[in-house]
Design a protein around this ligand. Structure first.
Ligand code: C5P
Length: 213
């Protein structure tokens, strides 16, 4: 059983994907971490974020054991990730890892931007998780404040808008809802309500596909 959860930054897809994976006892991959780690490694080695060939090499050498690095959760890492993610050569390297992860015996939950469109087009259930930019910025701001990061909410909103624009307009695997994905708008939902809605949508997709949940 493969569940694809795509959507823009801070839409709640990561938290939802984690809970959905736990619910179905499936492995979970936050694919944004792969791009964030390539950005981190590139900056550490002085590789320019527009040097596609060198970035693809960095991606090839990525150590997945380093994906739990807290540094990867920073806004700077998100920005670097969105820059390296524009390059098809980088995406091609990371595609192999993601498809391999999804091809395990029990399946997996993957969250990102292009899971339903490119990585797992045959996923059993596809959700496109979204919320207004203002609500996403508020959530991200509160999360950062909670971690003691001092940042203005307007700056978080500007960052989210810039990332949305770059992710949606790039040529390589842009952020777009797959035609067969179901939309989950979390703007007015608590995380618990969003989780219940996600499960309902997944169960409905499963029964459409003729599978028991
Ligand atoms: O989801 P997260 O905010 O961690 O992703 C960081 C960046 O990585 C995104 O802004 C996007 O540019 C890129 N990304 C991507 N494809 C994915 C996951 C993330 O292009 N499947």
């Amino acid at each position: 059983m493969i569940i694809a959860m795509d959507g823009p930054a801070a839409s709640g897809k990561g938290t939802l994907a984690k809970r959905v994976a736990l619910h179905y006892s499936l492995p979970h991959l936050d694919t944004g971490l792969l791009y964030r780690a390539v950005g981190r490694d590139a900056l550490a080695r002085g590789v320019a974020l527009d040097d596609a060939e060198a970035l693809a090499q960095v991606a090839s050498g990525l150590q997945v054991a380093t994906l739990d690095d807290p540094e990867l959760r920073t806004a700077g890492a998100g920005e670097a990730a969105s820059q390296v993610a524009r390059h098809p050569a980088v995406r091609a390297v990371l595609l192999t890892y993601q498809r391999h992860f999804a091809s395990g015996e029990v399946g997996a939950v993957l969250d990102g931007r292009d899971i339903g469109t490119v990585i797992c087009p045959d996923a059993d259930a596809k959700l496109f998780v979204t919320a207004t930019p203002e609500v996403r910025a508020k959530r991200r701001f509160l999360e950062l404040a909670d971690r003691g990061v001092d940042v203005a909410e307007e700056a978080v909103l500007a960052d989210i808008r810039a990332r949305d624009e770059r992710d949606s307009t790039r040529g390589a695997s842009p952020l777009v809802q797959a035609p067969d994905a179901v939309l989950l708008d979390t703007t007015n939902l608590s995380i618990d309500a969003a989780f219940r809605a996600a499960l309902d949508l997944i169960e409905a997709a499963m029964s459409r596909a003729g599978r028991a949940g």
